[in-house]
Design a protein around this ligand. Structure first.
Ligand code: ARG
Length: 458
């Protein structure tokens, strides 16, 4: 079969070369964007008098017929035609004859593919932002129900200080808010049109780049044709924002796995989001958060892969850049899939408030407050820390917790202890008193919830 670029060749391409250079097996995903870009291009060509209105109409109609066949799944792509751009051009010429050959006037596959990628990512970045909001809504709905539910807060995965469960959950709301901002910010750079840069130096035809950009819904055009065809920063930004997001998802997933273990038993994931074991009948496995945690790895891989492909490339377009696609598609699918699952996973999760309550009343996470109590009675914090350490040690040796010791036990360590010590270290007071801005006090958490909900209104 003859190549669109076959004119200067005397031999047919080696089959292995076709296999290596073809990208159609994956870039067929860009069919819609490619057709959309071509329709805008021919319209501009006609408006500028570079082709006639009639030719443009025939080409547009032909492209729409190709799109219809693509949507019906009846197009048979050919590896010999390398990529989506040449496959579609071939189909177009088959549909409408040689006038189809005018489509590529004043254009190169280099600005064409960059345009397709911009269109694709703009679309998907918007989808990701919506999906992030769904996860935030799920977090807010659980947080609203659990402002007054307390769990141990951890450092070093050792119980540290009790917190409102809503406070713990909302920490993830703010991480995702920053993720959202990163994607929103990256849209500024995705929203720029490379079309009209030609192969790399621009074109001799009197094209109107602002017009094609407008037709495609882009806010501006690249000011430099060489940069336009060799820039892949916008993809790297998507991959980096996705990597940071997946890191957050992975940390949350890890907590879900831990919390749903029998040892913690803080939550139970809904049956519809868990799987069983082929041998152990009692098992209910948290496969979903485990896989979300694991999928972080492939997104990091996609980022590092593309950074490595681009490193050291001279200007302008190089075939290396064709390797930008699979990682990008993979990350888009991984992130969209992960977020689509995370939202219902969170909103259907059952919170075991009894176990949480037992946890905060049977541990030493109120020890800081015992030390603070002594400080408020006049002792220096360092001394209070030491005295409290002694009290904790005694309690551990007796097999009890701080709330279970007698006032007499306390008095042995310091005369400053009075009957009000028990109120001071009751978990609801320990949490309720951490009223500094952004702290876990119930009042602060209520306020934080309002801030979170305001973010979702915008
Ligand atoms: N399939 C190519 C890619 O994705 C399209 C651009 C090819 N340009 C070229 N001059 N070979 O990068």
């Amino acid at each position: 079969m003859s190549k669109l670029w076959g004119g200067r060749f005397t031999k047919t391409t080696n089959e292995l070369v076709d296999q290596l250079t073809a990208s159609i097996s994956f870039d067929k995903k860009l069919a819609n964007e490619d057709i959309q870009g071509s329709i805008a291009h021919v319209q501009m060509l006609a408006e500028q008098g570079i082709i006639t209105e009639d030719e443009a109409d025939q080409i547009k109609e032909g492209l729409l017929r190709v799109k219809e066949k693509y949507d019906q799944g009846v197009l048979i792509f050919s590896e010999a035609d390398e990529d989506i751009h040449m496959n579609i051009e071939k189909f177009l010429i088959e549909e409408i004859g040689s006038v189809g050959g005018k489509l590529h006037t004043g254009r190169s596959r280099n600005d064409q593919v960059a345009t397709d990628m911009h269109l694709y990512l703009k679309n998907h970045t918007e989808t990701v932002i919506e999906l992030l909001e769904n996860v935030q809504k799920a977090i807010v709905s659980q947080a609203e129900a659990h402002v007054y539910t307390m769990i141990p807060g951890y450092t070093h995965l050792q119980r540290a200080q009790p917190v409102s469960f809503a406070h713990h959950l909302l920490a993830y709301f703010w991480m995702i808010e920053r993720d959202k901002e990163r994607f929103q910010d990256s849209l500024k750079r995705v929203d720029v049109c490379p079309l009209g840069a030609g192969a790399m130096a621009g074109t001799t035809f009197p094209i109107d780049r602002e017009r094609t950009a407008e037709l495609l819904g882009f806010s501006s055009v690249y000011p430099n044709s060489m940069d336009a065809v060799s820039d892949r920063d916008f993809i790297l930004e998507f991959l980096s924002a996705s990597s940071i997001l997946m890191m957050h998802i992975s940390r949350l997933s890890e907590e879900l796995v831990i919390w749903s273990s029998e040892e913690f038993n803080f939550i139970e994931l809904d049956d519809s989001f868990c799987t069983g074991s082929s041998i152990m009948p009692q098992k209910k496995n948290p496969d979903v958060p485990e896989l979300l945690r694991a999928k972080t790895g492939r997104v990091y891989g996609d980022l590092v892969g593309l950074l490595t492909v681009l490193k050291g490339l001279p200007l302008a377009y190089n075939k290396d850049m064709q390797e930008d696609k699979e990682g990008m598609f993979d990350t888009v699918e991984t992130v969209e899939g992960s977020l689509s699952l995370l939202a219902p996973l969170l909103s259907t999760m059952n919170v075991n408030t009894d176990t949480m309550k037992k946890a905060v009343t049977s541990d030493y996470s109120n020890a800081t407050d015992l030390a603070d109590y002594l400080v408020k009675k006049g002792m220096a914090f360092r001394d209070a820390h030491a005295v409290t350490g002694q009290v904790v040690l005694e309690a551990i040796q007796k097999g009890s917790v701080l709330l279970e010791l007698d006032l007499a036990d306390y008095k042995e360590h310091s005369e400053l202890f009075e009957a009000d010590v028990f109120e001071a270290i009751a978990p609801e007071n320990v949490v309720g008193r951490r009223n500094s801005q952004g702290g876990t006090a119930f009042k602060q958490v209520e306020h934080q919830l309002e801030l979170a909900k305001e973010k979702l209104k915008k």
